[in-house]
Design a protein around this ligand. Structure first.
Ligand SMILES: NC(=O)C1=CN([C@@H]2O[C@H](COP(=O)(O)OP(=O)(O)OC[C@H]3O[C@@H](n4cnc5c(N)ncnc54)[C@H](OP(=O)(O)O)[C@@H]3O)[C@@H](O)[C@H]2O)C=CC1
Length: 904
């Protein structure tokens, strides 16, 4: 880069220009050291910044200073004094560590940043949200990297982003050390009366930084590094294999002309993927191409095609072994990636040449992108001998992004701002538990943020969370809920492997706390809703409405919910959740509206079903965007069963009306002669809809939570759910309920519709294949259900009866119970999927019958001529309408199924 002519004579200016345009990490650090030496500057922090500014006051530098001054002038930084006596250590010079370091420097803290690598070699390209673009521009990104966001799509390579941020950080006085690895924490031996700080154990241990004492540690070491004391959770979805690859960009005219691909997915362009497969044998779900420092491609590949093309050597059930280096043929992988890149750009990128990764190898990576980890908490405080240390996580270290959504760096920056806000509160002397509670309240929002639900006015963004998250409640979590984040003394280092963690989280992790937090995050910002517990917070029904509305705004209009009628509101939500989401009620609407302490368990287990239903996508908000889900089909089947129920009632009513007339007459006669009235069909048992949930509708005995099933607002043991006529076990969604006699029937034994003769043709036989296997699995599920029920009953009894048990014991039982509930929910969902398959076969048969009926009724309707036929006509029209409705419902279900297959 040439130095402007008028600056050439000034060596400091020339060095500064070299610094601005340096393209390697070491080069940047080298130039900066040289510059400080040339100017005789030795200070650090903002003092250094002011020194540089005073020394470099030529036009090009001045343009940068004016940007940074504007930034530094924000009131949150209090003119660089907000954290003047805070000493921070930041681990990791990835984009998020650097971004956090910049904020801390602007707050006036002393900031030391260390990074174990000595080069920035990540070629991969990150998608940028509008606020990140604005943010980087405000930091002078264009001054350092002229091509910043000049293309058609907004993105940047990780290494370019790191270079920009590193330069800003250095200018603001951050002390950056590369080739230094953080290994752990030790309280300073000099600590007296809380005056001392904490130090880092480093590699190499000869590093002078080993003596640096700090009171804030920000960990931004990426997904693989989390400091001791934090718990990680791993989520893994159904296997999805991502491949990333980078090719050298020579910036030739031919390359410039090739268009980027913002993302093409199979369901939107079947032809493209079919052609790709026919021509190359490569089978993809989607592909993205960004042109940046490199030509960057990212794609989701189907396992079978990787096996066929010899990329994966052997099919294995265990995902880690499947994608382990020993089971992957690297050369075949390189060819696969290159072929896909060539095809998708129409072979218009001349001679693709792999860029190299930090190991000097062709930059191609293959991984299961549904495997992600996140930290349960964003921060904690450690105290030893009176010395306190605030620890905060940012970036992948806090939450690993689900990369197809391109959320990584944006959420990483949001977390960096949140962490800086936390440090500001810490420096202001806010009590530690309050700082932690506020940080956790904010953290709840992170996983749900998107450009759509964060404030639109990105120019107003600052570290103050209220400028970014609409309706944020900074007190959603209370200080007493975060006590376990204040650790006194030394903590044990958790050396367990990720998979061990997964197991322990499932069995003994704090599922209860997780659920509470999830409910708090999901309902945050809704009018009249403040979730602090699993009892009174839910009585009005608004919290449940808010929870459902957050993920499925199409299911209800939150603003029109009447808070004055909680039973009605709950009933509406119970019905909606059951029909639309396949979530079974655990409590009745009356119980939900009163929420006595004993019902708490029921509510917790009910809400855990929502958690299961909505968490399926790592980005929960995406659930709401899915046009159809398996629950959709389930909902449709429930709908169909209700339709059938209504139809049958129509017939039954017609049959019963004559009988009723007779009864009315008899009743009148009895009254006339003074005989007592015996109301017909009046049942003392079972209870009406909306009442108790803990007595079985059928046998009257207690029904424990894990045994509980529900239909038509009645609760019962799964085993008691039988046809009133033949005693066959009924399944949810495959029964008929007669509201008048209060009995459930199987479809065979519901009182027959009017005896209109149907054509005698036989329906086609049900296809076989699914049925025997499905039936076997249903039997296995039944056995597991029974085991779970037994364990669940024991736990529920303990929780209800052992009132004096220690709190931690109770929490442990609660977590175990929730774990069983989760298992039960997933079994129920598997069961209902199987039932859907079985029912779909039945539906085919039904459709055939309906077609026959339709024809039959239409013929009958045509043959009616005389006025006396009007009653019969009315009945036939009702039948016709009914058949048409039912056919529509069937078509709806089949459409849904086809669509969800396409989506899957
Ligand atoms: N392949 C990809 O596409 C990747 C994309 N990203 C993107 O970048 C975003 C931001 O990432 P960010 O959170 O900043 O994390 P990064 O992984 O980018 O940066 C973390 C840095 O810290 C280093 N580090 C880890 N442990 C230590 C330690 N103990 N001491 C010193 N240094 C350490 C890491 O080195 P090392 O890596 O050697 O452990 C790495 O250089 C992500 O959300 C994601 O979107 C991030 C990583 C990879």
């Amino acid at each position: 880069m040439s130095v402007p002519a008028d600056e050439a004579g000034n060596p400091a200016h020339a060095i500064f220009e070299r610094f601005l345009h340096a393209g390697e990490c070491r080069e940047v650090l080298g130039c900066f050291g040289e510059l400080c030496q040339q100017l005789g500057l030795q200070g650090r922090g903002l003092q250094l910044y002011h020194g540089l500014k005073a020394a470099l006051n030529y036009w090009s530098a001045k343009a940068l200073w004016s940007k940074l001054d504007k930034k530094a002038g924000h009131k949150d930084y209090n003119q660089g004094t907000a954290c003047a006596s805070t000493k921070c250590l930041v681990v990791g010079a990835g984009p998020c560590g650097l971004r956090a370091a910049i904020e801390l420097a602007l707050l006036g803290a002393r900031v030391v940043l260390l990074e174990k690598r000595d080069s920035f070699s990540r070629n991969n390209v990150l998608h940028l949200w509008p606020f990140t673009i604005h943010d980087l521009r405000a930091l002078g990104a264009k001054k350092f990297y002229g091509r910043f966001c000049t293309g058609t799509l907004d993105h940047i390579s990780i290494r370019q982003l790191q270079l920009i941020l590193l330069k800003v950080a250095l200018l603001l006085g951050v002390e950056v050390h590369i080739n230094v690895q953080f290994k752990g924490l030790v309280p300073s031996v000099d600590t007296v009366g809380g005056q001392g700080g904490w130090r880092a154990v480093l590699q190499p241990d000869s590093s002078p930084l080993s003596h640096y004492e700090f009171d804030v540690l920000i960990s931004a070491g990426g997904g693989k590094f989390v400091p001791e004391g934090f718990k990680r959770k791993e989520t893994r979805g159904k296997l999805a294999i991502g491949i990333t690859t980078n090719f050298i960009n020579h910036h030739s005219q031919a390359e410039v002309e090739v268009a980027e691909i913002s993302g093409v997915a199979r369901i939107y362009n079947q032809k493209f993927f079919q052609n790709l497969y026919n021509k190359t044998g490569i089978d993809l779900e989607n592909i993205v191409y960004y042109k940046d420092d490199t030509h960057y491609f990212v794609m989701t590949a189907k396992k079978q095609s990787l096996l066929k093309k010899g990329v994966i050597l052997e099919d294995k059930a265990d995902i880690e072994s499947l994608l382990s280096p020993e089971n992957v043929n690297r050369d075949a992988l390189l060819s696969y990636a290159k072929e896909a890149a060539n095809f998708s750009t129409n072979y218009r990128l001349p001679e693709l040449e792999f860029a190299l990764n930090h190991r000097g190898l062709p930059d191609v990576d293959m991984f299961d992108f549904t495997c992600m980890t996140r930290s349960e908490n964003a921060a904690l405080v450690r105290e030893h001998n009176g010395a306190r240390l605030l620890l905060g996580l940012v970036g992948d270290c806090l939450v690993e992004p689900f990369w197809p959504l391109g959320t990584g760096v944006a959420r990483g920056f949001l977390a960096a701002f949140d962490a800086a806000w936390m440090v500001r509160r810490w420096a202001a002397g806010t009590p530690p538990l309050e700082v932690l509670a506020e940080r956790e309240s904010i953290y709840q929002h992170l996983s749900q943020t998107s450009p759509d639900n964060t404030h639109k006015n990105v120019s107003q963004y600052s570290i103050d969370p209220a400028t970014r998250y609409p309706n944020i409640n900074l007190q959603a979590i209370k200080a007493n809920q975060v006590r376990d984040l204040y650790l006194v003394g030394m903590v044990e280092v958790d050396h367990k492997r990720k998979s061990d963690n997964r197991l322990s989280t499932a069995v003994s992790g704090d599922a209860y706390e997780d659920l509470l937090r999830w409910c708090q995050t999901s309902t945050a910002g809704y009018r009249g809703v403040e979730v602090t517990d699993f009892t009174t917070s839910w009585t009005s029904g608004l919290a449940l409405c808010a929870l459902v509305h957050r993920f499925r705004p199409d299911l209800l209009d939150f603003d029109s919910v009447d808070p004055q009628d909680p039973v009605q509101t709950h009933q509406m939500m119970l019905d909606t959740a059951e029909q639309e989401l396949g979530i079974q009620p655990v409590l009745s609407s009356t119980e939900m509206a009163t929420m006595a302490e004993p019902d708490r368990l029921g509510l917790i287990t009910y809400l855990s079903q929502f958690y299961e239903a909505f968490k399926t996508s790592p980005e929960a908000e995406e659930v709401s965007k899915k046009p159809l889900s398996p629950h959709g089909t389930r909902g449709a089947i429930l709908f169909l069963s209700k339709l059938q129920k209504r139809r049958n009632l129509t017939h039954k009513r017609a049959q019963d009306s004559a009988q009723k007339d007779a009864e009315v007459k008899r009743s009148r006669r009895n009254a006339e002669v003074g005989l007592p009235q015996v109301p017909r069909g009046m049942l003392c048992w079972p209870p009406a809809r909306g009442e108790s949930s803990d007595a079985c509708y059928f046998c009257g005995r207690r029904v424990y939570i894990l045994e509980r099933a529900s239909a038509e607002g009645r609760f019962f043991h799964r085993g008691c759910f039988q046809c009133w006529r033949c005693g066959a076990t009924l399944r949810l969604g495959d029964y008929t309920f007669d509201e008048e006699d209060g009995h459930f029937y199987c479809s065979l034994h519901y009182p027959n519709p009017p005896s209109m003769e149907l054509p005698q043709d036989e329906p086609p036989p049900l296809p076989d294949g699914v049925a025997p296997r499905g039936r076997r699995r249903l039997e296995e599920i039944e056995v597991t259900f029974r085991e779970l029920e037994q364990q669940g009953i024991k736990l529920e009894k303990l929780l209800r009866d052992e009132d004096g048990a220690p709190a931690d014991k109770k929490t442990q039982w609660m977590n175990q119970l929730l774990y069983l509930v989760q298992k039960k929910n997933s079994l129920m969902s598997e069961e209902s999927d199987l039932m859907i398959t079985v029912q779909e076969l039945k539906l085919e048969e039904q459709q055939w019958q309906l077609d026959q009926k339709l024809r039959y009724y239409m013929n009958m309707e045509e043959s009616l001529k005389t006025p006396e036929d009007s009653v019969a006509e009315h009945e036939i029209l009702a039948q016709l309408l009914d058949v048409v409705n039912k056919r529509n419902a069937l078509i709806h279900i089949q459409d849904e199924k086809r669509l969800s297959e396409l989506q899957a």
